[in-house]
Design a protein around this ligand. Structure first.
Ligand SMILES: Nc1ncnc2c1ncn2[C@@H]1O[C@H](COP(=O)(O)OP(=O)(O)O)[C@@H](O)[C@H]1O
Ligand SMILES: [Mg+2]
Length: 288
């Protein structure tokens, strides 16, 4: 049974006005418990719109959204509870900071959830550890932090509420490779400790492929490809045509295959590609 799924959803902005814009068409997607899924696609492909449908911030114009197999737009459905169960951290959290200290920022969601104040400290310390910050950060102003640290605080602020599904919109945009790894390592750690389900939006395929169990590739409001990273990257031509940069290592393997080498071209980790090439070269040596 899917934890969260959409069936054939469409979404249109400003319907019936000169600004009408169809942002999603026929999107059918399902997320299983404890899965780590990446949503990728170029800017404007509909990723942010899609995740807003998943916790009921936007309602589909057609189709349906189900959480635990219940239609979230059925009469009397508790959307407030859904928004705690499916937590979204939006793009550029640094634009949404309004607390004086890191501690207040992280505690904000706990307060909203009505968690008793005597439980806050333990919960806060737990998530702070997951994102790799120590307690000296708690009394700092978010404005004293680096870009990467602010992202980690934003991540802690949503993790502390323990949503069943954690959705992050471009959590690593603008970070350097070290900052990016820190975020993904924290997410993996969190997933392991809490058995939660994670959905990460990214316009960088290299980035998510490393960590995701499966990928949803969007293009112009539609699903272009869906499957494990290996399945998705076997469609190099379609992805490239849609303006998506396939990992460089996958491109190299693909070109080698096109030039006639009998190798697998859907690999995306450097180590796997190296192994594939080594196996091929060893075969060649044996035949000599
Ligand atoms: N509030 C809005 N009003 C009108 N059009 C919008 C709005 N938000 C997004 N769009 C349009 O909908 C499409 C999908 O946008 P979005 O979901 O933000 O894509 P992504 O997150 O993949 O960049 C784009 O063409 C975008 O310009
Ligand atoms: Mg977006």
């Amino acid at each position: 049974m899917a934890l969260l799924r959409t069936e054939n959803v469409d979404f249109i902005y400003s319907k019936g006005t000169p600004f009408e814009k169809k942002a999603l068409s026929h999107v059918t997607f399902s997320l299983e418990k404890n899965e780590f899924v990446g949503i990728v696609g170029t800017t404007g492909s509909g990723k942010s719109t899609f995740i807003k449908l998943l916790n009921g911030l936007l309602a589909p114009k057609k189709g349906a959204v189900y959480f635990n197999e219940q239609n979230i737009w059925s009469k009397g459905y508790d959307l407030r509870a859904l928004r705690f169960a499916v937590g979204i951290s939006f793009q550029y959290p640094e634009h949404q900071i309004f607390s004086d200290t890191v501690k207040e920022d992280i505690a904000y969601g706990l307060k909203n959830q009505g968690v008793p104040e005597n439980l806050w400290q333990d919960k806060i310390m737990e998530v702070l550890k997951i994102v790799g910050l120590d307690e000296t950060y708690l009394e700092l102003s978010p404005f004293q932090l680096s870009g990467g640290e602010i992202r980690r605080v934003a991540l802690a602020s949503i993790m502390v509420m323990r949503p069943q599904v954690l959705i992050l919109d471009e959590p690593t945009a603008g970070l350097d490779p070290v900052g990016r790894d820190t975020i993904y390592t924290a997410l993996k750690q969190y997933q392991k400790e809490t058995e939660s389900t994670i959905l990460v939006v990214s316009h960088n395929m290299d980035d998510v492929a490393e960590y995701a169990d499966s990928l949803l590739v969007m293009s112009a409001g539609q699903i272009l490809a869906q499957g494990t990273p290996a399945e998705v990257f076997s469609k190099t031509e379609e992805l490239t045509a849609a303006g998506l940069a396939v990992p460089e290592i996958t491109q190299l393997l693909h070109h080698l295959k096109l030039s006639g080498l009998p190798i697998q071209d859907s690999l995306f980790r450097i180590e796997d590609a190296a192994q594939e090439l080594a196996n091929f070269l060893n075969e060649v040596k044996k035949d000599e």
